[in-house]
Design a binder for this molecule. Structure first.
Ligand code: MF3
Ligand code: CO
Ligand code: CO
Length: 328
């Protein structure tokens, strides 16, 4: 595990300057900004139970999906990815995470879908926005607010939409302007961790093969793997009981079966992987304020191996896996 430098030590970014003259201040902890009022969703959009403030309807949904559910998940997953991919056109210094929320919210509705995070129960209050935006040391579930993105930030945008009765869940970490080399390495390693985790999702493997692949690659680069948040089964429900740990968990030996659909979404840290929660009950940050990155896909297990359901149609000039650096 990497430990942040002391004030007079050399900065981690490779500039050769003292930490206190370099990233210590330019990399101030992220603070909660102002959160704009709830955005309406038209009556014509089919909504999950929580849209009106009700609780999440939970039932024993099978891990292995029917052909009909799979067909619907392909379409919803593809459109979630289309929205995520389009964000690379708007993410730049000066843009607020609120503006990313407005854009994503409107795109979801244009596509006839409900933005699943909106009003999702949890914490002291339901999640008030249509996507999660997690900047720098924010691990996940950051709430879009009026903070303008700064040159050198990294921001994870996590899009989930609900349409045809099913959810599609995907995220990527984007560069804001010029990003230092170590943060870029973090993002690239996280992308590769996600790819390796997905590749390990072969039918017949135990489910902990996914975390094993992710953890060994992250730790070989001296990065940490977040334990407090995991991948999940998904389908007609946003989160089912099936949990996908991103580290090796010896007891999670459930066999991966053809027809299963779940997410792989590792959160990788530059330093300490332990998480702390803001008072808002949603925003999770690293305890040492070290940066953290994440990628997420919803995948279907086929006889030939994993199929990514959250691949965008528009891959102009770059494969999906390069989305993170596409705007760099
Ligand atoms: N999309 C997140 C996931 O990958 C969950 C966000 S829930 C929210 O599971 F309420 F914070 F939006
Ligand atoms: Co997810
Ligand atoms: Co997600």
């Amino acid at each position: 595990m990497r430990v942040l430098p002391k004030a007079n030590d050399t900065c981690w970014c490779g500039s050769g300057k003292k930490f206190k003259r370099c990233h210590k201040n330019s990399n101030d902890p992220i603070r909660q900004g102002h959160i704009a009022p709830l955005r309406p969703v038209p009556d014509s959009i089919d909504k999950p139970t929580w849209a009106d403030g009700s609780s999440v309807d939970r039932w024993d949904e099978p891990n292995v999906k029917s052909a009909d559910v799979i067909e619907r998940m392909r379409r919803t997953g593809r459109d979630a990815a289309n929205i995520l991919g389009s964000l690379s056109q708007i993410i730049q210094p000066g843009v607020t995470t609120e503006a990313i929320d407005e854009y994503s919210h409107n795109k979801a509705i244009e596509l006839g879908s409900y933005p699943s995070p909106l009003m999702y129960p949890g914490g002291p209050n339901p999640f008030p926005k249509s996507l999660c935006t997690s900047v720098n040391e924010v691990i996940c579930h950051g709430i879009p607010d009026d903070r303008p993105l700064e040159d050198g930030d990294i921001v994870n945008c996590d899009i989930t939409i609900f349409r045809e009765g099913v959810h599609g869940d995907t995220n990527a970490t984007f560069y804001v302007g010029q990003v230092d080399d170590l943060s870029r390495r973090l993002v690239e390693v996280t992308r590769e961790c996600t790819a390796r985790g997905i590749a390990a999702a072969m039918p017949g493997n135990p489910i902990n093969a996914i975390g094993e692949a992710i953890q060994s690659y992250a730790e070989a680069h001296d990065f940490g793997v977040v334990r407090d948040f995991v991948g999940h089964g998904i389908g007609e429900q946003f989160h089912t009981d099936l949990q996908i740990c991103h580290y090796f968990h010896p007891r999670l030996t459930t066999e991966i079966e053809v027809g299963m659909v779940f997410t792989v979404e590792p959160m990788i840290t530059l330093g300490d992987w332990r998480a702390r929660m803001w008072k808002d009950g949603w925003t999770a940050v690293t305890t040492d304020h070290s940066r953290t990155a994440q990628f997420e896909h919803t995948i279907l297990i086929t006889e030939d191996g994993p199929e990514i359901l959250t691949t965008p149609e528009d891959k102009t000039g770059h494969p999906w896996w390069e989305l993170a650096g596409a705007n760099a």
